[in-house]
Design a protein around this ligand. Structure first.
Ligand code: UD1
Length: 419
């Protein structure tokens, strides 16, 4: 078991080049299942979730090779259609493979991911949409056994909620279906656009990503493609917060400014000075952060649920009371109890957190509860007086590439120890 040991209180400054987005890389890796050829994915982050995806792809029959930041996937010889339970448990978002495997193999077998650290993760929207495309799904004991009679057929799908995962699964299933599929009330997240771009480079015909209506004209086959994954907007927000909470200064490179607007607004409100260019942002922190008035998580282009713990951590050291409302996931505040161990003052009522800023946090032993909650604890530890030990960091390794190296390069005193 690894832990992060952080001696807090160091002012962070320097440059960071933001890694590729986990939430783009995973659906794109799922899309390689559709390709009858070799795909070259640049800026593919080195994360445990990506490793878990690669293990699934290899189980299916793909040959995967990493060369630095590039992952090469040869999907010509896919021969399996199941995902063993052990691999499914390693990465809950592997449900996104359902559409791709069904489309490529005419069959798919996997166990549904069930609940997770953020609360229940239903897949009803995925299942009902795939059924509309013609997939026959037999659900028993939490497992899905799927087959197509002939092939998947394009159709009109109205999503009751613009689910990111369901939108991706439908696009993947429809890319090689017969005819046209139209998704109404589709998710508009940048990761959907990235998936569209990959599929189109591989010979697919998808348009409308980034709007509420996505149209997929099925093609008979996809070939391999070369693609660069977009930068990770949540990782970007995390490193900005590291500087903001330590009175620091940071230049972030490899960002997509439009993807970060909803988050940067609150960094400004909290007193950070930002110089934003299209591909970079320079942040200078104030001596004392101001509180934010109210943040509500929303679907894109609203404030992202994944950046919630990051802004809550910042508010713990602000000069007043901030209100945070989580609207996407039911159970996203598990990390709050751990932040309190460092001296944070946070009241919770259902989906609302009220954070009363304190003068200082003090180091403590804490457990990561989930990916972004774990990142929030690291941020608080960087700003706290004394030693913070963050345990259960496998959660953090799902989404942050070499977090301790990045922070050390910014001047943090942080080490990973195997204990
Ligand atoms: C969510 C985030 C996404 C983030 C990702 C990784 C939103 C809208 N989505 O995507 O930005 O990158 O987590 O942390 O912020 N739901 C159902 N039935 C379904 C599918 C979803 O009821 O079949 C509900 C979920 O319970 C949840 C909401 O819809 O309340 C959002 O789910 P969805 O967008 O699918 O989640 P992710 O794809 O995991």
């Amino acid at each position: 078991m690894s832990k992060l040991y952080i001696n807090g209180g160091k002012r962070l400054s320097g440059e960071v080049t933001v890694q590729g987005a986990k939430n783009s890389a995973l659906p794109i890796l799922a899309a390689t299942v559709l390709c009858d050829g070799e795909s070259v994915i640049h800026n593919c982050p080195k994360l445990s979730d990506v490793t878990a995806s690669v293990r699934i792809l290899e189980h299916l029959g793909c040959i995967c090779k990493r060369e630095g930041d590039t992952l090469i996937v040869d999907s010509r010889n896919i021969s399996c259609f199941d995902i063993p339970d052990s691999l499914m448990r390693e990465m809950r978002s592997s449900i996104v493979l359902l559409g791709a495997i069904s489309a490529r193999m005419g069959r798919a077998k996997l166990c549904s991911p069930g609940g997770c650290e953020l609360g229940p993760r239903p897949i009803d929207l995925h299942v009902s949409a795939l059924k509309k495309l013609g997939l026959i799904i037999d659900e028993s004991y939490g497992c899905l056994d799927c087959k197509t009679n002939d092939c998947l057929k394009g159709t009109e799908i109205h999503l009751a909620f613009p689910s990111v995962g369901a939108t991706e699964n439908i696009i993947l299933a429809a890319a090689t279906a017969k005819g046209r599929t139209v998704i109404h009330n589709a998710a508009r997240e940048p990761e959907i656009c990235d998936l569209q771009n990959f599929i189109n480079s591989a010979g697919g015909c998808v348009c409308g990503a980034g709007t509420g209506t996505v149209v997929i004209d099925g093609v008979s086959k996809l070939h391999g493609a070369e693609h660069t994954v977009i930068p990770d907007r949540i990782v970007a927000a995390t490193y900005l917060a590291a500087a903001a909470m330590t009175r620091g200064k940071i230049l972030l490179k490899n960002i997509e400014q439009p993807h970060l607007i909803s988050v940067l607004t609150y960094f400004s409100e909290m007193g950070c000075v930002l110089q934003v260019k299209n591909k970079s942002v320079l942040l200078e922190a104030p001596q004392k952060l101001s509180r934010f008035f109210e943040i509500q998580t929303m679907v894109y282009p609203g404030f992202p649920t994944d950046a919630g713990p990051i802004l809550v951590a910042m508010a713990t050291l602000s000069n007043g009371s901030s209100m945070f409302v989580e609207n996407i996931f039911e159970n996203r505040y598990n990390y709050v109890g751990e932040l309190r161990r460092l001296g944070a003052k946070i009241k919770l009522a259902d989906r609302v957190a009220v954070i009363d800023g304190v003068e200082r946090l003090s180091g403590a032993r804490v457990d990561s509860t989930d990916l972004r909650g774990g990142a929030a604890l690291v941020l608080a530890g960087l700003a706290a007086d004394g030693l913070t030990v963050v345990d259960k960091i496998h959660h953090i390794d799902r989404g942050y590439e070499n977090i301790e190296n990045v922070l050390t390069n910014l001047g943090a005193d942080i080490v990973r120890k195997e204990v």
